[in-house]
Design a protein around this ligand. Sequence first.
Ligand SMILES: Cc1cc2nc3c(=O)[nH]c(=O)nc-3n(C[C@H](O)[C@H](O)[C@H](O)COP(=O)(O)OP(=O)(O)OC[C@H]3O[C@@H](n4cnc5c(N)ncnc54)[C@H](O)[C@@H]3O)c2cc1C
Length: 238
Amino acid sequence: MSQRNKNLKRRTRLKVKILNSTPDPERTIAAAGRLCYAPVGADELFEEMSDEDVSKLLRFLIKAGHHSAIEHAVYTFAIEGVSRACTHQLVRHRLASYNQQSQRYVRFLDDFEYITPPAIRDDEAMNETFNEYVGKAFELYKKMLASGIEAEDARYILPQAGETKIVVTMNARELLHFFSLRCCDRAQWEIRELAIAMLGLVKETAPVIFEKAGPGCMRSPCPEGKMTCGDPWPRDKE
Ligand SMILES: Cc1cc2nc3c(=O)[nH]c(=O)nc-3n(C[C@H](O)[C@H](O)[C@H](O)COP(=O)(O)OP(=O)(O)OC[C@H]3O[C@@H](n4cnc5c(N)ncnc54)[C@H](O)[C@@H]3O)c2cc1C
């Protein structure tokens, strides 16, 4: 890497963490779902349902399409090490709450971190050219800041590869929908990696709710028709 690019940091490590989530999500959902059919309150149901009753009811709710109860479990994720290209796709999911690092209020004075797609990284010559152009964009960005141009305008030169940080809150119902679309091979590689990482984390907290989460082929024949990848889930490698 040339001297000019010394402040560039190629960053590819995705970091996803659950900051907070509904305690006992499956029991909470089961109590809410069972309430519809019970003469007693959700408080009593929450305390008295057996673990087996909880699992059985959850499977029933999911199968029967009584999905409103699944909205009672909520997850807040801290996500780092993703590109702006990735978060642009993420925020299209409207039933969620977001806060993202601002390129107006945060000025990248020293380092500019960015994501390189594997297909570019694996091509030595292309990778070098990619790094060079990102470096040129960052140089111009810094030059503009130094000349008094506000960060909100200077950022127009920054590439979509730029690393960003975002906090996302989604309920379990929206997560199931998100996983259907974004764990699929048809999704772009970076948001797919993110979705698979998020699925792994939530599955640990709610194994029954998320047991069939993932692309459509987890639950029925692939809905992608002619676009199918022909390699249905579950897969060992995921
Ligand atoms: C493989 C792939 C390729 C894509 N390509 C493109 C592309 O080329 N161009 C592009 O613009 N987008 C593209 N998208 C984004 C896509 O069109 C959706 O914007 C995105 O996936 C969000 O999904 P959603 O709208 O189902 O769900 P969410 O916003 O997550 O909402 C969840 C569900 O709530 C309901 N809902 C939410 N809001 C409304 C509403 N206003 N009215 C009625 N029902 C509502 C719907 O049932 C919806 O499915 C692509 C997505 C994928 C997965």
